[in-house]
Design a protein around this ligand. Structure first.
Ligand code: FAD
Length: 468
């Protein structure tokens, strides 16, 4: 009898342990993706990117004699219908540890088991399951460095090969058309602007990893901090949808380290930040909702979606580095890590706006959106999170620019108003931006929304008063 392989955030054939195991049984495998609770929570850009990823994965499945069956959710009734139609006796899937998936999957697993079906979740989205890494006292880690020390020596399973063939069922169940789901609808004209910057699918992800190890890993230690250089792997986009397995990336990093490549250790450490984020999200799922440090409840952050917040979203704060980073996200669907830290600091400190406002905007705009890294990143920047920057350490975008964008290349690349002959990417921002914003490239560049000095002082005063 067939196995239903429930595809979620693991759009890959290679190093997909559950799919490989299903293929190895010799039974028919029916890969199915559901437009369900997990899709409903996605913002515009990650939803568009999911659509691109699904199209690529459907082609990859066709290449091994299989298909991607699309069905509408919610998950449980959709799976139950498929079981009834196909005579499947097993439903397997790759495990996810975010709160939405955990709630849904627990319900699905219990219900399927109650009907006598084999319901199994199989690891593969992380290097280690969040409960496997334990402190000496048996608890979870709240600080990154000891977490890294615990993870670094752990054995990571070797990548498993892609199945050469997936046995098809005698009759394929029918399915929805991807185009009918209109996963890109909320992106509007932005989809065409972002598309050339996306790197879609399993093959592209592997090529990206190979190019990074061949060309950029040696300079990674210093270049990774430079938004004006292409110094990082870009793999977050692919890891988010599981187009590449973190284990594959880990082993590539390990090999590079064994070969003595200088940036390899730092790269492994960065990958473990992702792991740490998922560890925290599993053990403290409230990290997406509330201040991780409860003592921050009541801090006088504004949560209003007011004119100031709109200017931050538009990249029109008048602080060039902040604006460049915000527009980079709008045009490419990504933002350099340094940019993320700087815009988050400016919003939560200079502007005194709640980190949730920023986290939600990132969730709307990032094609590498990841619920764990996004929540951890925002709470880190705001000072309310685990292992966070202290609140009084306030990024100064001007100093940051001098250090990390010394020739203003990044700022000019994305902010049309700063350049006499703006390039394609700077101009693309105005094509992607919604018409209701009424922005044109010849608008004068605005004066600072909140000056760096006054904003810093205001943040420190608010913090001082709050602590008292
Ligand atoms: P590389 O430098 O090539 O790093 C390799 C991999 O390590 C990344 O692909 C990523 O999986 C992991 N990694 C690196 N830095 C971090 C980090 N700080 N935290 C967690 N994992 C990391 N990352 C996301 O994937 N999705 C998000 O939604 C997201 N939101 C963020 C929000 C804020 C406010 C901040 C400060 C950071 C956020 N990050 C997020 C983390 C980080 O910015 C990105 O992972 C990184 O920029 C991805 O680029 P890269 O793949 O080229 O990274």
């Amino acid at each position: 009898s067939p196995i239903l392989w429930w595809v979620r955030r693991d759009l890959r054939l290679s190093d997909n342990p559950g799919l490989a195991e299903a293929a190895a049984t010799g039974r028919p495998v029916i890969p199915v993706f559901l437009n369900d609770e997990g899709v409903a929570v996605l913002g515009a850009a990650p939803r568009w990117r999911l659509g691109e990823g699904l199209a690529a994965f459907a082609r990859a499945l066709a290449g091994v004699g299989s298909r991607l069956v699309l069905r509408d959710g919610p998950a449980l009734p959709a799976l139950e219908r498929l079981v009834a139609e196909t005579g499947a006796t097993a439903v397997w899937w790759g495990r996810l540890c975010d709160p939405v998936s955990r709630t849904r999957d627990a319900e699905v697993k219990a219900a399927l088991k109650a009907r006598g079906l084999e319901a199994r979740s199989i690891p593969g989205h992380l290097l280690h399951e969040p409960w496997e890494v334990k402190t000496g006292q048996g608890g979870f880690y709240r600080v990154y460095t000891p977490f890294w020390r615990a993870v670094a020596p752990r054995e990571v399973p070797a990548p498993v090969a892609a199945p050469a063939h997936l046995r098809a069922p005698d009759i394929w169940p029918d399915g929805a058309e991807l185009a009918d789901w209109r996963l890109g609808a909320a992106m509007g004209p932005g989809a065409e602007v972002v598309a050339p910057h996306a790197c879609v699918g399993e093959q592209a992800a592997h090529a990206r990893l190979a190019a990074f190890v061949a060309q950029r890993i040696d300079a990674y230690d210093s270049d990774r901090d430079r938004p004006d250089r292409d110094g990082t792997s870009g793999l977050s986009e692919n890891l988010s949808l599981g187009e590449i397995s973190p284990r594959t990336v880990w082993h590539a990093g390990l090999r590079a380290r064994e070969e003595g490549r200088p940036g390899a250790e730092t790269f492994l450490k960065e990958l473990v930040w992702r792991e740490f984020a998922w560890h925290l999200l599993y053990h403290t799922p409230e990290i997406t909702e509330r201040n991780w440090r409860p003592e921050w409840e009541g801090f006088p952050w504004s949560q209003a979606e007011d004119a100031a917040v709109l200017r931050w979203k538009q990249g029109r704060t008048g602080i060039a580095l902040v604006d460049a980073a915000m527009r980079e996200m709008y045009v490419t669907g990504r933002m350099h890590n340094r940019g993320r830290m700087i815009v988050a600091s400016y919003l939560t400190k200079h502007m005194l706006v709640h980190w949730k406002v920023g986290m939600d905007w990132f969730a709307e705009c990032l094609i590498d959106w990841d619920p764990a890294s996004n929540a951890m990143g925002w709470q880190w920047a705001a000072g309310s999170g685990p292992d966070a920057t202290p609140y009084f350490r306030i990024f100064n975008p001007d100093t940051q620019a001098e250090k990390f964008d010394p020739e203003a290349r990044y700022r000019r690349r994305f902010v049309a108003e700063l350049s006499r002959s703006p390039g394609a990417e700077a101009l693309a921002f105005h094509r992607a931006a919604p018409a209701r914003w009424g922005l044109t490239p010849d608008m004068p560049y605005p004066a600072p929304l909140v000056g760096l000095k006054e904003g810093r002082q205001r943040a420190l005063d608010a913090y001082g008063a709050f602590k008292r």
